[in-house]
Design a protein around this ligand. Structure first.
Ligand code: SAH
Length: 491
């Protein structure tokens, strides 16, 4: 994603208006900007089409929200360091699908201050006798440099990824770098001594400043540690979050879940518009940031949990937890079935699904529309101009029982004759819970389906070993489930 740099044609890139075509000297080599040579307006059309193709079977896809000035938007810049055969030190990006470093000086999508800092660090290495790390021999010290810049705050964090915790003449190094770039507010060593393609290692040593930056989004201030996720395009992030808030339609009374919450940005923005917010995130550093961020912004109705989002939701569903609105913003791989089935079980009224990969989003929507949800609308947002990545937000709404019947009638019109297609397990469970206050399991439903002579496709009621006796459903639950079958016209 977006690591394209243009060598010396920075000026040319700046002159490009949305109708014109920019051409970077490294196009096709660095692999960052798939749409080099394509006018910006055209890029938006391509992305619109792509999202429509994947999501139109679920709902209306609204017009993509593009970026006004689609240059130098990346607030996080990563450079890998290497040495050429003649000893010249280079920094840049890996060539597409290889571990060969393409040297680059500047890039039309990266933050310009960050690029300048990386160039100057490269220039300092020789006099400080700092060797670049060689992946094959595992000899040398400097592996990568990562720069993060707060778009609103102007704070700058420099992370030096080293193969060892010892940086020679470190105090002097900090002094020289700060004199070249007084805008730097923190410098951190990250130790990565493993043979790995991961950029960051575990251990961090703060050389200067706080060890993190702060930035402002949607009127709230956020602390961002080196290993925490933060959206790379701050201008479009505000647009994205605003759209997410609009779709969530919070009125102040809701219990909200922010799943895959990172440093808590979405939940904290939602905090002032809801009764209570819960955030869940796997990365411990991000959770620590999220807790600090809640305090920093005096948002008191929010709590954060460090856990796998799916496991957390499943436990919540088992304990009869209740949630009105869920924001979910998973990584590119999307969500998993543990998460999605727990979500269906928790049955929030609305789900706002933010995704940076519409392919996995479409896959997950397919599951949710089969389990009691209807997709209402989708909004593509261009977070990554010049690259082929696109973000999209989908609003899902829980079907009311009445709507379920309507949907199921449509299904029978399509001649889906199997009686069990009348209602899903989740819908039956929900009906029994709403009407009788009873929690029934899928096994219970399957047993009663078998009793009533409804064909059982999934064989929930068949034990793997015939000698294993399965617990029977209580009479009270049996009657409740039968009433649900009647209600859904299955018997
Ligand atoms: N909503 C945040 C972060 C989105 S990125 C924002 O807008 O900034 C996705 C986040 O999901 C990352 O912070 C990542 O650490 C986290 N994550 C990845 N897998 C996870 C899992 N299984 N459970 C919980 N969080 C996970």
């Amino acid at each position: 994603m977006g690591n394209m740099r243009t060598g010396n044609d920075k000026m040319r890139a700046k002159q490009v208006k949305s109708g014109q075509v920019s051409k970077c000297g490294l196009a096709g080599k660095c692999g960052g900007c798939a749409y080099q040579g394509t006018p910006y307006g055209e890029q938006l059309k391509i992305k619109q089409k792509e999202v429509s193709k994947l999501l139109k079977e679920f709902c209306t896809v609204r017009p993509i929200i593009g970026m006004e000035t689609p240059y130098h938007y990346r607030n996080k810049v990563h450079a890998v360091f290497d040495r050429k055969k003649d000893g010249t030190i280079i920094s840049g990006v890996y060539e597409r699908n290889t571990h060969k470093v393409v040297p680059v000086d500047a890039c039309m999508i990266e933050d310009e201050t960050a690029d300048a800092i990386i160039r100057d660090i490269r220039g300092m290495l020789k006099s400080f006798k700092i060797k670049t790390y060689d992946e094959d021999t595992r000899y040398g010290l400097l592996r990568h440099v990562l720069v993060r810049r707060g778009f609103a705050s102007g704070e700058v964090l420099v992370v030096l990824v080293l193969s060892s915790p010892i940086l020679p003449s470190k105090n002097n190094f900090v002094k020289v770098l700060r004199s070249l770039h007084p805008e730097i507010t923190s410098i951190v060593i990250n130790v990565n001594d493993k043979k790995t393609s991961m950029v960051l290692g575990e251990r961090e040593i703060v050389l200067y400043g706080k060890g993190y930056i702060e930035d402002t989004l949607c009127g709230k201030t956020f602390r961002i540690s080196p290993k925490s996720f933060y959206q790379v395009n701050p201008v479009q992030t505000e647009v994205l979050y605003q759209k997410a808030m609009d779709l969530a339609g919070l009125a102040g009374k809701e219990r909200v879940l922010d799943a895959y919450c990172g440093i808590g940005t979405i939940g904290i923005v939602a905090g002032g518009r809801a009764k209570e917010v819960i955030g869940v995130e796997l990365n411990p550093d991000a959770v620590r940031d999220a807790r600090t961020n809640a305090k920093r912004n005096q948002v008191k109705n929010i709590s954060f949990y460090q856990n796998d989002a799916g496991k957390f939701m499943a436990t919540m569903a088992e304990n009869g937890g209740n949630v009105d609105v869920v924001f979910m913003d998973p990584p590119r791989s999307g969500s998993d079935e543990v998460f999605l089935s727990a979500l269906a079980g928790l049955a929030p009224k609305r789900v706002v699904y933010i995704s940076c990969n519409p392919q996995t989003q479409a896959r997950d929507l397919r599951y949710l529309v089969k389990h009691g949800y209807r997709a209402m609308e989708a909004w593509p947002v261009d977070m990554f101009p010049w690259t082929d990545s696109v973000e999209s937000i989908v609003l899902l709404s829980k079907l009311h029982t009445k709507q379920n019947i309507e949907v199921e009638l449509e299904m029978s019109e399509l001649d889906l004759t199997a009686a069990e297609s009348k209602a899903t397990y989740a819908e039956i469970k929900q009906y029994v819970l709403d009407k009788y206050g009873l929690k029934v399991s899928s096994l219970n439903i399957a047993q009663i389906k078998a009793k009533c002579g409804i064909i059982e496709r999934e064989n929930y009621n068949t034990a793997k070993n015939e000698n294993v006796k399965q617990p029977n459903c209580t009479e009270e639950k049996e009657n409740a489930i039968k009433n649900a079958f009647k209600y859904f016209q299955m018997i």
